[in-house]
Design a protein around this ligand. Structure first.
Ligand code: ADP
Length: 451
């Protein structure tokens, strides 16, 4: 087992990882920026080191700063969490060179899977259905030629993209040239890589993703799927598992396809294969996230597998503790991301001091958060306050429990997305479970019509 683990992240995911390490008896090292000195992860870790100013390019994204602490503190593993350096194959490679275990896949499998265009190639070679698409495109002509073949709309995507950024839909030839330029420059700015490729744009699919875990000995399991179709600007807001649209057979097929793909790149650790499911029940691979995801908790609730614990155990060289036949998914879980944003003002972030804070609890209710009364949400990072996760024996019970928990949740001092979540959870269409990624647009249209 590891001697000491450095957690190269902040916020709720750092707290989540530190808790898992504490349970395993592993000392932890937190790193923090000057803006995060009062953060909970700093207090919970065994040791903490300031790594630079608020600007994340000089702190949480600074490989030299993080590696210096790793050497100084004498850690033998680094957990990258999600975001920041978690999908940077160059960072994983540097850890490998320093004999520090990067808790995640090898830099080699990350290169094969982290880049969206490469991952598509791997999938095609392994008989996993992918959305019709191109390799990297250099000029508008290539996109127009592709669009002739598959018919508009098409979507331009940054190969290094993530978090809903670096994507543009084109509905005709005229839109291609401008969007291609915009997409390339956004990709360069946000991800330091201007490469863009093109896919057929599916109208109103569901977003379905499969959680997998693999060890260093070629053993793999999948833990069912998550439905993340409630999105705003391609960003997830509410997730649930199982998906109301996935039957047992599709679950198995998608799970097996995900494992085939993982095996092909000798993938190790936790990962998520993302798919789009169309209204005819056809599904297509979209991308693989080579890290733990924000929404992993709902899978934990229905599988009773502690995903972060397993991630650390397999990284340390242990064999996977489960076989596929041990996995017995039970009940239904829903997650609402609670953000310091104003849903009435186009989800504008509103950082500030949390003056009062009471979080909900009770059977089947889980809150993963790093905030406390008096905590100041810094303006420099994402605006997440926490994740509220509710489990129920079935979808309706989970939904009703979520409603009550949201009602109990008190956050004073900043605007939050709680009022928005309450409306969605009680929404007639949400209740039916029959919706897709256009849910939110439709939700606002219906709200407007009622006025
Ligand atoms: P990111 O890595 O930024 O999260 P993804 O590739 O996972 O980006 O896509 C995020 C969301 O964008 C999807 O859940 C879906 O709603 C939409 N999307 C992406 N590609 C397509 C496509 N080809 N057709 C329709 N919607 C798409």
């Amino acid at each position: 087992m590891f001697r000491k683990v450095l957690v190269a992240n902040r916020g709720e995911i750092s707290v989540r990882i530190i808790r898992a390490c504490r349970e395993l008896g592993i000392p932890t090292v937190a790193v923090y920026s000057e803006a995060d000195a009062n953060s909970l992860h700093v207090r919970l870790a065994t040791d903490a080191y300031c790594i630079g100013p608020a600007d994340s390019s000089k702190s949480y994204l600074s490989i030299p700063a993080i590696m210096s602490v790793a050497e100084l503190a004498g850690v033998d593993a680094i957990h990258p969490g999600y975001g920041f350096l978690s999908e940077r194959a160059d960072f994983a490679a540097i850890c490998e060179q320093h004999n520090i275990k990067f808790i995640g896949p090898s830099s080699q499998s990350m290169r094969k899977m982290g880049d969206k265009a490469n991952a598509r190639k791997t999938m095609i070679e392994n008989d996993v259905p992918v959305i019709p698409g191109t390799g990297i495109v250099h000029d508008a002509k290539e996109v127009i030629k592709f669009a002739k073949k598959v018919k508009y709309p098409v979507i331009l995507k940054a190969t290094a993209g993530g978090g809903g950024k670096g994507m543009r839909v084109c509905r005709n030839d005229d839109e291609v040239a401008t969007n291609l330029q915009l997409c390339q420059s956004e990709a360069e700015k946000s991800f330091g890589n201007p490469d863009v490729y093109c896919e057929k744009y599916l109208e109103n699919p569901r977003h379905i993703e499969v959680q997998i875990i693999g060890d260093q000995y070629g053993n793999y399991i999948y833990l069912g799927e998550r439905d993340c179709s409630v999105q705003r600007r391609h960003q997830k807001l509410i997730e649930e598992t199982p998906s109301p649209a996935v039957d047992e057979r599709t679950r198995r097929k998608m799970g097996e396809a995900s494992i085939r793909a993982a095996k092909a790149v000798k993938y190790e650790g936790v990962g998520t294969c993302e798919f789009l499911l169309d209204s005819d029940g056809k599904w297509y691979f979209m991308e693989m996230n080579t890290r733990v995801q924000v929404e992993h908790c709902i899978t934990e609730m229905i599988s009773r597998v502690d995903i972060v614990r397993q991630q650390i155990l397999v990284a340390s060289g242990e064999k996977l503790q489960y076989k596929q036949k041990d996995i017995n998914l039970q009940g239904h879980a829903i997650e609402c991301r609670i953000n310091a944003e104003n849903p009435e003002k186009n989800f504008m972030p509103c950082p500030g001091t949390i003056e009062g804070y009471v979080q909900p609890g009770g059977f089947g209710v889980r809150v993963d958060s790093h905030v406390y009364p008096g905590y100041k949400i810094p303006p420099y990072y994402d605006s997440m306050i926490g994740k509220l996760i509710c489990w129920g024996e079935n979808r309706n019970q989970a939904r009703r429990r979520m409603y009550q928990a949201l009602k109990e949740y008190v956050v004073i001092g900043v605007e939050t997305t709680i009022p928005f979540d309450l409306e969605v959870i009680e929404d007639e269409v949400f209740k039916t479970g029959d919706f897709n990624t256009s849910f939110l647009e439709d939700f606002y249209r219906r709200k407007e019509n009622k006025k």
